[in-house]
Design a protein around this ligand. Structure first.
Ligand code: IPD
Length: 259
C-alpha cells in the first residue's frame, strides 16, 4: 500500500473508532445546527481533528480542505480533502449509513482515496493507477449494460431548494427508465458502492468537494466514469456529479439531461 494511503487509512480508522463509540450514546451528544437541515456534532469535530493531526504528523507541509474546519493554504501542492462523517443526519438518527471520507489531491489530481464504513467494517481504498479495493479484495464497477435493469443511487435536495424542480425532472426520468433509485444518505459511500458494483450509477447536485473526492477516485480506479452534468470535468467545483459503470454512464447522463 502506498505510504500516503496507509497514513490516510490509519486516520480514517481512528475517526471511525471515535464515531462508533459516540453512536452507542447518541442522546449525550452536543449537536449544533449550522443552518436548516445541516447539523454538526462534537463527533464530526473530534473525528476531523483526529484525522488532521494524524495526517499532519506524517506530512507537516500538506494542506487541508475539511468539512468542519475549512481550508488551510490555497496554493499547497498536496491537499487532503476530508469529510470526517459523511451522512451526519443518518448518524444522528442512529441510521447506520455513514462513513469517513479522505482524499489526497496532488497538483489538482486525485491520487489517494479512503472511504471507511465503520458499521460494516468496510474499508474502500484506491491509489491513482493502482485499482480500487474493498478491504483486501480488488473491486470493479458492475458489468450490467442494460439501463432498464440498473439500480441508481442519488441524493435528494434537502437544504437548498432552488434546483428542486430541475432535480425532480431528472428523478422522474431516471425512475421511469431504470429498475430503481436509492437515496441512502451518504454521497461518499454511494460512490464507493458504485465502485463496488452495488449501484450501477449515481448522481447528485449541490455536493461539496469532501462529499465526492474520495468516492470519485474509487469509481475511476474500479473502471467507472465520473463527470459533471455536461459530461465534463468541473464536478469537484460545481458539486454536480454523475458516476457509473462505463456502459451505463452515457444513458444515465442522457437521462438526467432533461430540461
Ligand atoms: C451529506 C451526505 C448526503 C448528501 C449531502 C451531503 P454530510 O454529507 O453526503 O448524502 O445528500 O449533500 O452534504 O453533510 O452528512 O457530511
Amino acid at each position: 500500500m502506498h505510504p500516503m494511503l496507509n497514513t490516510a487509512v490509519k486516520a480514517a480508522r481512528k475517526a471511525g473508532a471515535l464515531i462508533t463509540r459516540a453512536s452507542f450514546d447518541l442522546d449525550r451528544l452536543t449537536v449544533r445546527r449550522k443552518q436548516r437541515a445541516d447539523f454538526v456534532s462534537e463527533v464530526d469535530v473530534a473525528a476531523e481533528q483526529a484525522i488532521i493531526s494524524t495526517l499532519r504528523e506524517a506530512y507537516p507541509r500538506h494542506a487541508f480542505h475539511a468539512e468542519e474546519s475549512g481550508k488551510t493554504a490555497e496554493d499547497a501542492e498536496h491537499v487532503w480533502i476530508i469529510d470526517p462523517l459523511d451522512g451526519t443526519t443518518n448518524f444522528l438518527h442512529g441510521n447506520p449509513q455513514y462513513c469517513v471520507s479522505i482524499a489526497l489531491r496532488h497538483k489538482g489530481v486525485l491520487q489517494q482515496a479512503v472511504v471507511y464504513d465503520p458499521n460494516r467494517n468496510e474499508l474502500f481504498t484506491a491509489t491513482r493507477g493502482a485499482g480500487a479495493y474493498l478491504n483486501d479484495r480488488r473491486i470493479r464497477v458492475s458489468a450490467n449494460d442494460r439501463f432498464e435493469d440498473a439500480l441508481i443511487g442519488t441524493g435528494f435536495p434537502f437544504r437548498e431548494f432552488g434546483h428542486l424542480d430541475e432535480y425532480l425532472r431528472m428523478f422522474a426520468s431516471v425512475a421511469r427508465q431504470t429498475a430503481g433509485v436509492r437515496r441512502p444518505g451518504s454521497a461518499a459511500l454511494d460512490l464507493a458502492w458504485v465502485a463496488a458494483g452495488r449501484l450501477d450509477g449515481f448522481w447528485e447536485m449541490g455536493l461539496s468537494p469532501w462529499d465526492m473526492a474520495a468516492g470519485a477516485l474509487l469509481v475511476r480506479e474500479a473502471g467507472g466514469l465520473v463527470a459533471d452534468f455536461e459530461g465534463a470535468d468541473g464536478w469537484l467545483e460545481s458539486g454536480r456529479v454523475v458516476a457509473g459503470n462505463a456502459k451505463l454512464f452515457e444513458p444515465l447522463l442522457a437521462a438526467i439531461r432533461v430540461r
